[in-house]
Design a protein around this ligand. Sequence first.
Ligand code: CAA
Length: 258
Amino acid sequence: MAFETITVETRGNVGVITLDRPEALNALNAALIGELATAVRRFEADTAIGAVVITGSEKAFAAGADIKEMADKTYPQAMLDDFIGGDWQAVGQARKPIIAAVSGYALGGGCELAMSCDFILASENARFGLPEITLGVIPGAGGTQRLVRAVGKAKAMEMILTGRFMAAEEAERAGLVSRIIPDAELEDEAVKVGQKIADMSLPAVILAKSAVDRSFEMTLEEGMRYERDVFYSLFATEDQKEGMAAFVEKRQARFRDR
Ligand code: CAA
């Protein structure tokens, strides 16, 4: 299937999805969200892929949900169609790691999409914001939940109530992004990080991601127990034997995802 609002390629063992609606600063309309979900699910099913990068253009990762598409919706339409459900959740539900490589605007649903990835690498010109309040609504794709977990209540509340944007440096300081990369190197660096993850044992990667995500949903005690059970379960994999043997033999491990 040819895509119209995204481009999709494979670099090594990394799937790269580029949002591509330049005329609308990659605003997330139903077509784009549907294609994005399809591409993510294909990479999930592809055994050669160990990580995925989602990126946009230099000017915009994504400037939010498509305002023109939703402006005339009525409450029953919005609620019954559940238009931020379904495909909007595909990235957050993925088991393989997904890295957001953010340049330019990541606003509203664009910021929420980036936050639903496992971590964000930002270029120097990245700007994050949840300006839904200026449109008379509130974030609808996880913004009120994920931003507060990322940067704490004070900053999240200020941004959500005023619509203020946050530049890359502030976002890094606040813990929203893991690292800032020079603009021209962003995609290559994201793919390099993705390849590094893809070289690890995929069962261990998936379970590590799951354990970190559970920390937001469980008590410390429950989370510690879950982590320990998962840790023990990895001794059933060939990759654990290979990884530890490689350390002892002072050589590079060759994981086979078994
Ligand atoms: N939806 C639809 N179209 C959008 C858009 C969006 N979210 N953001 C930008 N565009 C369009 C503009 O309408 C414009 O199209 P035209 O040339 O046809 O008029 C084109 O993209 C370029 O945008 P601007 O001319 O506005 O570019 P700028 O450089 O002057 O400003 C900007 C850039 C500050 C990002 C500005 O475009 C902007 O404020 N965009 C909207 C941001 C926003 O409010 N996002 C939240 C959306 S609601 C949401 O996401 C809900 C949710 O939680 C799921």
